[in-house]
Write a protein that binds this ligand. Structure first.
Ligand code: GLA
Length: 402
């Protein structure tokens, strides 16, 4: 009888279209950690516990990181009733105990599945089991679902992601829904009411500007992914973010490349999902990932991505509108040599190409702060002169002069 009533309820909700995405889970870009970039399928409960411990001990939690997300390869088998279970060898204490542990640290827990018959790693997908899986996740206490797109055949992406959104909603526990179909079906055009974030590209790779060829697919360096974001900023905003993939900070690039990567993800109002081994981080990596002033730019309540204002000889200038009339400005040096910046503010009138923000420096003066150096600078009445090292950034926060 109970089952019948809940089935009827599901049906009623679906027919009346009442199921929806959970509100207010991502008013600013989500922050957390995901196991994939560093550990791929080599995960177990200790790896995840260690990441949770390290998120607290390193100061990342205090800096705003919240989610611990297990990616692919946590799965065991479905039972005779079709319910999914964790791999008992990798997770001997069970998923519920692991979720409880993560929650006990004041953090939230994320998990991974796939809209198709199998995940990208060949584990059971959620196709045909969406409502059951959503119930299982709710029972475990899951707060975040990354939902992948391997082995989906001729499935329709919008319909498939809507089914899982509805299943999560009807299971009743608020879950942040992270769409991961690599931008193949232009989710920015239809996913605003379905997910809280959507991947815009294929997978990231820890290099500055390379394509890593895997045969029938490629993964991409930081600049490649950055360039693929063009044209997408108008689709993102509070509650629904473009996701240029999890970060590779601390995974082998140089310190300046890591800094530039973190800066551009912050400028893009991208979800800040660390992808390194949190229990084995250098001081430099921690300093980048926890930079308060850069995170404040990422988390600004306006939720508007930066736009590229100018590009010359490998030096790009990006502007990000912030709340209270402030702006973040980044000079990104993509080149292999240092570049000189000479920026006479008064000659520039900045117009946001997609939203109604503008600034005319000839009649407004801003105070300036060098974000990475945590240093006050001269105001915008003077020409800015600086050198940006190769593969590095100079980021300024501009506040209207009082
Ligand atoms: C896809 C996703 C990755 C990761 C793997 C897991 O490639 O894009 O982020 O989740 O699958 O197999």
């Amino acid at each position: 009888m109970k089952i019948k009533i809940s089935l009827l309820l599901c049906l009623a909700l679906s027919l009346t279209g009442l199921a929806q995405k959970f509100d207010n889970l991502a008013e600013t870009p989500p922050m957390g950690w995901n196991s994939w970039n560093k550990f791929a399928c080599n995960i177990n409960e200790q790896v995840i516990r260690d990441a949770a411990d390290a998120m607290v001990e390193s100061g990342m939690k205090d800096a705003g990181y919240e989610y611990i997300v297990i990616d692919d390869c946590w799965h065991g088998q479905r039972d005779e009733n079709g319910f999914i279970h964790e791999d008992k060898e990798k997770f001997p204490s069970g998923m519920k105990a692991l979720v409880d542990y993560v929650h006990s640290k004041g953090l939230k827990f994320g998990i991974y599945s796939d809209a198709g018959t199998e995940t990208c790693g060949g584990e059971p997908g959620s196709r045909g089991h969406e409502y059951q899986d959503a119930i299982t996740y709710a029972k475990w206490g899951v707060d975040y679902l990354k939902y992948d797109w391997c082995n989906t055949g001729t499935q329709n992406a919008e319909a498939s992601y809507t089914t899982m959104r509805n299943a999560l909603y009807e299971a009743g526990r608020p879950v942040l829904f992270a769409i991961c179909e690599w931008g193949d079906n232009q989710p920015w055009e239809w996913a605003q009411d379905i997910g809280h974030m959507w991947r815009t590209t294929g997978d990231i790779y820890p290099c500055w500007d390379c394509e890593e060829d895997h045969g029938d697919w490629s993964s991409w360096g930081v600049l490649r992914i950055l360039d693929m974001q063009e044209g997408l900023r108008k689709y993102a905003g509070p509650g629904h973010w473009n996701d240029p993939d999890m970060m590779e900070v601390g995974n082998g690039m140089s310190q300046s490349e890591d800094r530039a990567h973190f800066t551009m993800w912050s400028m893009l109002a991208a979800p800040l999902i660390a992808g390194n081994d949190l229990s084995d981080m250098s001081e430099e990596t921690i300093a980048i990932l926890t930079n308060e002033k850069m995170i404040a730019i990422n988390q600004d309540s306006l939720g508007v991505q930066a736009f590229k204002y100018n590009s010359e000889d490998g030096l790009e200038t990006w502007f990000k509108p912030l709340s209270n009339g402030e702006w973040a400005v980044t000079f990104l040096n993509r080149a292999d040599e240092a570049r000189d910046v000479e920026f006479n503010w008064k000659e520039h009138q900045i117009e946001d190409p997609d939203f109604d923000y503008s600034v005319d420096f000839s009649n407004t003066t801003f105070e300036m702060e060098n974000v990475w150096k945590d240093q006050k600078l001269q105001n915008t009445n003077r020409t800015l002169k600086a050198k940006v090292p190769s593969h590095d950034v100079l980021t300024l926060r501009l506040s209207p002069k009082k």
